[in-house]
Write a protein that binds this ligand. Structure first.
Ligand code: PCA
Length: 324
């Protein structure tokens, strides 16, 4: 019996050490948006490429549509290691770090090329901030330009007054406050329901999100292409999970992240045109706001820029000066 135990112990020792030598990691990737959303599709391709090229050392399993964690839970889940990797809408995390909100400041970056410049200017500080929270930043991809959806036609500042408005972060809440609308924060997954029950009647988001939630089926007739900002999603990894990878695998993940970021920006640009067409094809009125509304939103933007600068302090000032 003793002999048997000894053999058993030796075998399990061997199994253990072999496991360490060829440690195969599995990461669960939490995604908030539906599988057909371009962010999710891009992340799925990234996961597949890493899994295939790592020689069995790392497998990334994606969980789209909030099936593992909902949008609002993903940051904490990755931070605490409940999910090893996840994607989150950056500007919903202003309480974690005001720099994560820089891409949702109205009229700071109104084209893809400016959005890229702002991304490059803000990335070093953002990466540092995430690192301090035990997170490794992989890549970020913008949503198409944000526009105003409404059930009713909006032709004056007065038309905004009292509108029940779906917000997705502090910046959109602030816009609503400064324009007299009544904001409620609602995740993208609940948009259709919120409009169909009448809980809300307007929102600011991309043509993509309006298309994905078939917003025209819920009585929303108007899309005003304000194009005032390009908010991003980012993909982050728990640092303990990251440290379990060998150097080659870490290098592979970073290389695939660069590719995913490039593809994601290209997909976003495509959607920025195609998804507006899809809204029009579905019978919605797609246009611009008139000039008095436009200047009203621009003034709101100026107020918010001042407020954000105060919150973001010297780190924010560094980002803005390297952007400009
Ligand atoms: N869609 C997401 C974030 C920005 C966007 O275009 C949403 O509406 O929640």
């Amino acid at each position: 019996m003793k002999m048997f135990n000894k053999i058993l112990a030796t075998i399990s020792m061997l199994v253990l050490t072999t496991n360490i030598a060829f440690s195969a990691e599995k990461w669960d990737m939490a995604l908030a948006y539906g599988a057909s959303n371009f962010h999710s599709a891009n992340a799925t391709e990234f996961a597949k490429n890493v899994s295939e090229k790592s020689g069995g050392k790392l497998t990334i399993v994606t969980h789209p549509g909030g099936s593992l964690f909902k949008g609002g839970e993903i940051f904490r889940a990755v931070r605490t290691g409940q999910a090893q990797i996840g994607e989150r809408f950056m500007s919903a995390l202003g309480k974690e770090d005001p720099l994560l909100e820089v891409d949702s400041q109205p009229f700071l970056a109104t084209s893809y090329s400016d959005a890229m410049k702002l991304y490059k200017a803000s990335k070093p500080e953002i990466v540092k901030g995430l690192d301090a929270k035990g997170l490794v930043f992989l890549y970020a991809v913008p949503w198409p330009a944000q526009g105003l959806y409404s059930k009713k036609e909006i032709s004056s500042v007065a038309d905004l007054k009292g509108l029940k408005f779906r917000a997705y972060n502090s910046a959109t809440i602030r816009i609503a406050e400064l324009t007299g609308m009544a904001p409620t924060k609602i995740e993208a997954a609940e948009i259709s329901q919120a409009f169909s029950t009448g809980a809300v009647e307007s929102m600011i988001t991309s043509p993509t999100t309006g298309k994905n939630s078939k917003i025209w089926e819920n009585g929303v007739k108007y899309f005003y292409d304000i194009a005032a900002w390009f908010p991003k999603n980012m993909v982050i990894v728990n640092k303990d999970a990251w440290n379990k990878l060998d150097a080659d695998t870490q290098k592979l993940v970073m290389k695939e992240a660069v590719l995913a970021e490039r593809k994601g920006w290209a997909l976003s640009k495509k959607g920025n045109v195609a998804d507006k067409k899809a809204l029009a094809n579905a019978g919605m009125v797609v246009g611009k706001v008139n000039s008095s509304l436009q200047s009203h939103f621009e003034k709101v933007g100026e107020t918010m820029a001042k407020e954000w600068s105060q919150k973001a302090g010297s780190r924010g000032a560094t980002v803005l000066s390297s952007y400009k």
